[in-house]
Design a binder for this molecule. Structure first.
Ligand SMILES: [Fe+2]
Length: 220
């Protein structure tokens, strides 16, 4: 990955490369940019296409929201350590369906690290038979780890309620960055521990939007 892009991700939480190495597979691009995340499920390279509610799996964003906008979230927020970086690469894109980003560091500043680090949340439904207690914010040597997913999480303590409410208000009042992946090869790298992302609604005529998604543990 070019140095300037690592710097961009470090400084602003994301980097966008327009028409980057068009014709190269998403897996090859992800592998050249960093280390692909390997989990029990394998590499998790996924094609993202808008899906109507009825045609989708319940308990997924598509199953709940269909073509409507998705709420802001951290990907795989229920993992103890969610994937560090998210790569989205355009196959078929539209200006009308941007990816929206909010910088979680600004929300932490607004709400306060102390509250968020003590704010416990829990999945609404068991995951593999478990309801792990997780913190909205986990400090570490770097910027820490922010996890947010109001759809699948609920507060699990008094401070959790305060933290979720205040974070929700700070998020609602923030003005998101809007980044449209339009041309084939447009590639967005997002720090999933820092930035919250959302998908804008999919209007008529944009149903063929297709992105490829990969998760990276680190950047080269
Ligand atoms: Fe997501």
């Amino acid at each position: 990955m070019p140095n300037s892009l690592i710097t961009q991700v470090f400084e602003q939480g994301y980097a966008l490369m327009n028409s980057y190495r068009v014709g190269t597979s998403a897996k090859e691009i992800a592998t050249s940019l960093g280390t692909l995340l390997q989990s029990d499920f394998g590499y998790r390279l996924t094609e993202l296409v808008p899906t109507q509610k009825d045609a989708s799996t319940p308990n997924t964003y598509s199953g709940i929201y269909g073509f409507h906008g998705f709420p802001f979230h951290t990907d795989l927020a229920h993992w103890r350590a969610p994937p560090r970086y998210l790569m989205l690469r355009c196959v078929v894109g539209f200006h009308q369906v941007p990816t929206l980003l909010v910088d979680g560091l600004k929300l932490i500043d607004l709400v306060g690290k102390d509250i968020l680090a003590r704010a416990l949340v829990q999945p609404r439904r068991p995951i593999n038979g478990k309801l792990p207690l997780l913190r909205l914010y986990q400090p570490n040597d770097g910027n820490g780890l922010i996890r947010w997913d109001e759809v699948f999480f609920r507060p699990a303590s008094k401070v959790g309620e305060v933290g979720v409410t205040q974070f929700h208000h700070a998020l609602s009042a923030s003005i998101p960055l809007s980044i449209a992946l339009v041309a084939p090869g447009d590639t967005l790298i997002v720090d999933n521990w820092r930035m919250l992302h959302a998908r804008a609604p999919v209007p008529l005529g944009c149903e063929t939007r297709k992105l490829e998604r990969a998760y990276l543990e680190s950047l080269n």
